[in-house]
Design a protein around this ligand. Structure first.
Ligand SMILES: *[C@@H]1O[C@H](CO)[C@@H](O)[C@H](O)[C@H]1NC(C)=O
Ligand SMILES: *[C@@H]1O[C@H](CO)[C@@H](O)[C@H](O)[C@H]1NC(C)=O
Ligand SMILES: *[C@@H]1O[C@H](CO)[C@@H](O)[C@H](O)[C@H]1NC(C)=O
Ligand SMILES: *[C@@H]1O[C@H](CO)[C@@H](O)[C@H](O)[C@H]1NC(C)=O
Ligand SMILES: *[C@@H]1O[C@H](CO)[C@@H](O)[C@H](O)[C@H]1NC(C)=O
Ligand SMILES: *[C@@H]1O[C@H](CO)[C@@H](O)[C@H](O)[C@H]1NC(C)=O
Ligand SMILES: *[C@@H]1O[C@H](CO)[C@@H](O)[C@H](O)[C@H]1NC(C)=O
Ligand SMILES: *[C@@H]1O[C@H](CO)[C@@H](O)[C@H](O)[C@H]1NC(C)=O
Ligand SMILES: *[C@@H]1O[C@H](CO)[C@@H](O)[C@H](O)[C@H]1NC(C)=O
Ligand SMILES: *[C@@H]1O[C@H](CO)[C@@H](O)[C@H](O)[C@H]1NC(C)=O
Ligand SMILES: *[C@@H]1O[C@H](CO)[C@@H](O)[C@H](O)[C@H]1NC(C)=O
Ligand SMILES: *[C@@H]1O[C@H](CO)[C@@H](O)[C@H](O)[C@H]1NC(C)=O
Length: 437
């Protein structure tokens, strides 16, 4: 049984419909006025945060400057202030600096730890290596930017733990890291008090999004399998990052975000494998399911893959590594575990017993029921089923696609991208990254 949260798109759809109905032929060819000569009547009335706006297609207030519609934030000619304005800003930006140093160090480590021949066996040549080198340069630039924004209370580089053993695993891990780094910013960017700092951060995170896509191409995956990039909260992103930070200098400012208990997905589809044998699966795909990634046949164990399982490429139709109804196995820690720099953070949850899996992906958060919840020695295990849910009604795009996030929760509350942080107090464990496609 699935609990589906559908965004309030009805109003938006109605609005779009009215605009479309005019068609291009109705538009004026030259316009010297912003007034809409075609009286289409009332389109959308909307109130939020002290604003009330009736969109009619015409300007409703005098323009403060020529060709400048009234409204908007921070566009009245005042000098931009590219610094945090609140604890929320500072802590969000400080998280990004922890993340940026980690990415910089990660890219450097991969280039240092593997030989040219290692990269070649993974199908990556000198051009590809210099692209990774340039990504490290980009991270140096991002670190400099955030250090300048934070001023003297910035942190320095820490020491990190990596678990990758081969070039394909390095690439796969880098894809994961840039993925949660990107989603971790989308969750708070629009909530920053410092709109000026948000502007600069936007221009770093769009670069990071391109890095993630390039890593997918290095793996021979479909470059962008989603319609919308996913957002998660600072606490969720910090939960994923902190386990890889071994130590930081003791004068490093600490993060106020929550470290949730780990949620491990123990049967995650693996993009390094050629074929996954359905006979091994606890839940074989339906007979009408077709996928270029998942089909009966030989099982290639690429756990230690050093050769390219798949040739890097601009695009490939290798997608859909999972399917609706697939049984996903979860293993979670109890709270109270030391994690993060010098083990100085302790995992914490304010939620009750685990009841749901929240699938945070694209614009949606969809719940499935946790089944077979069992306590084990250091945590608990459960199974759940991948929801069958599309991004909008009447479209084919599955919500669960690409690398998305699963958290275990005690309730199935309704959240949307702008209030995803309401989920934090209900998180029992997670997120885990689920490789759906
Ligand atoms: C736009 O033009 C089409 C065909 O020319 C017409 O049927 C339609 O009523 C017009 N729409 C508006 C809003 O004027
Ligand atoms: C726009 O210009 C074209 C070509 O001059 C004309 O056929 C058309 O009717 C014009 N459309 C409007 C809405 O004035
Ligand atoms: C927009 O303003 C023009 C000119 O005043 C008017 O003719 C038209 O009806 C208005 N349109 C709407 C939708 O209010
Ligand atoms: C918006 O439209 C509604 C419905 O017509 C009306 O009651 C309200 O006064 C309008 N508000 C503004 C700010 O124009
Ligand atoms: C990183 O590890 C090295 C070697 O153990 C140690 O000398 C250094 O102090 C550590 N740095 C930080 C920031 O923890
Ligand atoms: C998967 O199935 C194949 C063929 O039946 C078998 O050789 C392999 O050991 C199985 N792997 C796992 C992880 O069960
Ligand atoms: C596959 O079969 C299931 C159950 O028979 C059906 O609900 C689903 O729509 C089918 N999917 C496709 C892609 O045909
Ligand atoms: C793949 O190989 C690894 C390392 O030898 C082994 O631990 C693992 O069980 C194998 N996985 C499967 C699915 O056969
Ligand atoms: C995979 O790598 C691990 C760690 O290097 C090693 O212990 C293991 O024997 C390898 N497995 C295979 C199947 O090569
Ligand atoms: C994957 O498996 C298929 C079917 O056995 C085979 O034809 C193909 O060459 C394999 N691809 C790679 C990259 O190993
Ligand atoms: C989850 O994975 C982490 C990191 O590999 C590990 O330390 C932890 O013991 C695992 N927890 C469970 C319950 O499997
Ligand atoms: C990357 O994340 C996926 C889940 O999306 C996980 O299964 C995989 O083990 C991760 N890769 C590495 C190298 O850590």
């Amino acid at each position: 049984m699935f609990f589906l949260v559908i965004l309030g798109f009805t109003a938006l759809a109605a609005f779009r419909g009215s605009v479309d109905a005019q068609g291009p032929a109705n538009r004026t060819n030259t316009t010297t006025s912003a007034l809409n000569p075609f009286g289409t009547g009332f389109l959308l009335s909307n109130a939020s945060g002290g604003y009330v706006y009736n969109a009619t297609g015409n300007l409703t207030s005098a323009e403060p400057r020529p060709f400048t519609p009234s409204g908007g934030l921070g566009n009245n000619g005042s000098e931009p202030n590219y610094h945090p304005l609140t604890d929320y800003d500072y802590q969000s930006l400080l998280f990004v600096l922890y993340q940026k140093f980690f990415e910089l160090n990660l890219f450097e480590s991969g280039l240092r730890n593997f030989s040219t021949a290692d990269f070649q066996r993974a199908g990556l040549d000198a051009n590809d290596r210099s692209l990774i080198e340039f990504m490290a340069d980009q991270e140096r630039g991002h670190v400099t930017l955030i250090q300048n924004i934070l001023g003297p209370s910035a942190i320095n580089r820490c020491n990190y733990t990596y678990t990758y053993r081969t070039v394909p695993e390095f690439i796969d891990f880098s894809r994961n890291v840039t993925g949660w780094g990107e989603s971790g910013v989308y969750g708070f960017l629009e909530h920053l008090d410092s709109r000026a700092a948000a502007q600069l951060l936007l221009q770093t995170v769009t670069t990071e999004a391109r890095q993630e896509m390039i890593f997918r191409q290095f793996e021979g995956l479909f470059p962008v399998p989603v319609w919308f990039q996913t957002e998660i909260t600072q606490s969720m992103a910090w939960t994923l990052l902190s386990r890889y930070i071994r130590g930081c200098s003791t004068d490093s400012p600490r993060l106020a975000w929550q470290n949730f208990p780990a949620l491990n997905i123990t049967n995650n589809p693996n993009p390094l494998l050629n074929l996954t044998s359905p006979s091994n699966s606890t839940s074989p795909p339906p007979s009408n399911f077709t996928s270029t990634a998942l089909s009966p046949g030989i099982f290639v164990n690429a756990t230690n893959a050093t050769n390219a399982t798949f040739t890097p490429g601009i695009t490939s139709n290798r997608t859909a590594f999972s399917f609706p109804g697939r049984v996903v196995q979860l293993a979670a820690d109890f709270p109270g575990k030391s994690v993060g720099p010098n083990g100085s953070y302790v995992t914490n949850s304010t939620a009750g017993a685990p009841r749901f899996a929240a699938w945070i992906s694209q614009l949606n958060t969809t719940y499935s029921v946790l089944e077979n919840v069992q306590n084990v020695s250091n945590g608990w295990t459960a199974t759940t089923r991948q929801p069958n849910d599309t991004v909008f009604p009447d479209v084919n795009e599955q919500v669960v696609n690409g690398t998305m996030f699963i958290v275990a929760t005690d309730a199935n509350i309704s959240v949307t991208p702008y209030n995803i942080s309401e989920l934090n107090s209900h998180v029992v464990a997670g997120p885990g990254q689920y490789f759906a496609g």
